[in-house]
Write a protein that binds this ligand. Structure first.
Ligand SMILES: O=C[C@H](O)[C@H](O)[C@H](O)COP(=O)(O)O
Length: 217
């Protein structure tokens, strides 16, 4: 199977978790795009979705699924989203597509976070994938200097603005041995909006597309 076929398969497997769920939290990215495409057959049962990005909002609307404001919905039963890296503790690195802040908000507001990933995303130690950090634009250089002090090499994602009108620093060369600790440390740097480590609120279920099957963590 190609990587895209694996993404499709794992996205299909996530449908099991949305049975009888009226309002679904929906993430962002190429894996989630497959999930959204599958939702077309469930339109009649779905009241709406809370979306983590403008891109996902557009895709959901295109297939006729109403996109709702999280403030009006309260706690979500299920949130389905992809990841850039997954470790055996269901802790993640996210934000390769720059949607990390809204993703983290929806994950926090959801009872069950179902992460869908192909096997290339599995690692023992997070950090091989450059760690995305969303930063208020005027704080970019200051935050970059603070990230260097932590041992990383931040690279400004040029010509990219997030849905929240901020910038992204991708931090290379980090071995994230203590994900919760590093998440807290980076979150505490003034000017950081969100760090792409999802460890304080990890996934509850990780579905991994591997070979011809989907395994569950
Ligand atoms: O900002 C983007 C998100 O965190 C995505 O969920 C993540 O980058 C995985 O994307 P993909 O499914 O395209 O690999």
């Amino acid at each position: 199977m190609t990587q895209d076929e694996l993404k499709q398969k794992v996205a299909q497997a996530a449908l099991h978790y949305i049975k009888d769920v009226a309002i679904i939290g929906v993430g962002t990215g190429s894996t989630v795009n497959h999930f959204i495409d599958y939702l077309v057959d469930f339109r009649a049962d779905i009241e709406g979705a809370v979306s983590s990005s403008i891109a996902s909002t557009e895709r959901l609307k295109k297939i006729g699924i109403p996109v709702l404001d999280l403030n009006a919905v309260g706690t979500l039963d299920v949130y389905v989203d992809g990841a850039d890296e997954v470790n055996p503790h269901k802790q993640l690195v996210k934000g390769g597509g720059g949607a990390l802040t809204r993703e983290k908000i929806i994950a926090a507001a959801s009872k069950k976070f179902v992460c869908i990933a192909d096997e290339t995303k599995c690692v023992d130690v997070l950090g091989k994938f450059p760690l995305p950090v969303e930063v208020v634009p005027m704080a970019r250089s200051y935050v970059a200097r603070e990230l260097v002090k932590l041992g990383g090499q931040p690279v400004w994602r040029e010509n990219f603005i997030t849905d929240n009108h901020n910038v992204i620093l991708d931090v290379h060369n980090l071995d994230i041995i203590e994900p919760i600790k590093l998440e807290q440390i980076i979150n505490n740097i003034t000017g950081v909006v969100t760090v792409g480590i999802f460890a304080m609120r990890p996934a509850d279920v990780v579905l991994i597309g591997k070979g011809n099957e989907v395994t569950t963590l």
